[in-house]
Design a protein around this ligand. Sequence first.
Ligand code: ADP
Ligand code: ADP
Length: 226
Amino acid sequence: MHDIEIKSVTKTYIGTKEAAVKELSLVVEKGSIVTLLGPSGCGKSTTLRLIAGFERADSGSISLAGKTVSDSNTWIPPEKRGIGMVFQDYALFPHLNVFDNVGFGYKEKDRKSRVMEVLELVNLKGYEQRYPYELSGGQQQRVALARALTRRPVVVLLDEPFSNLDADLRVSMRIEVKRIIKEAGATAIFVSHDQKDALAISDQIVVMKDGIVQQIGTPREIYQYP
Ligand code: ADP
Ligand code: ADP
């Protein structure tokens, strides 16, 4: 079963000549981790924003968990797509503690137990009362990931999540983030320009160039690795 299905999507930003993404098609299997890899400007973030619903495609269609969220006559807004997002700078609320960051906008009856459950998943039990500025970079990233998972999203989108971590932490967080996403049972799309990120976390790597998909394969297929 496919959790994400993109069919021939094109997006040209207003005021630009070249399309940022050109007739892009991609299917992502349920539960798998896919990395969009390629140099700056190749269309990775645009692809992520189209899936999230922060941008609308000029043509083509996007389905999530078997439901069309975007085509010429369908538009489901971002908050109704069942996605969780982790941004490059984590985008934590500085005036809210860890508990409230993770539970932000989650109003279900099980709020307390759900927040504690995801904090346990990311190894941050005991940090509920801390504020973002009292946390290390790796801990902030785990809070951001926990927040993205609170609503049990079908799909998690991560935009360059490792770029603000120093080299050592980056190596350990790749493994940790992969474990967390697999345990949560989510389907994930990462954006990265770092081959090592892609090798360490991906089930599939999508190599992009100038708005098109150049190559798709497992890390082994793409890099004859390990
Ligand atoms: P990234 O690290 O994702 O490549 P960029 O520095 O390219 O980020 O872009 C940062 C922000 O600026 C993004 O939100 C993107 O939409 C916007 N942006 C990038 N290129 C342009 C452009 N040519 N015109 C207007 N906005 C742009
Ligand atoms: P990447 O994430 O791979 O760095 P982007 O998707 O950010 O690439 O950008 C793809 C192309 O679209 C680039 O040429 C970029 O300058 C352009 N672009 C991105 N965002 C905007 C924007 N908001 N307005 C105009 N052009 C943009």
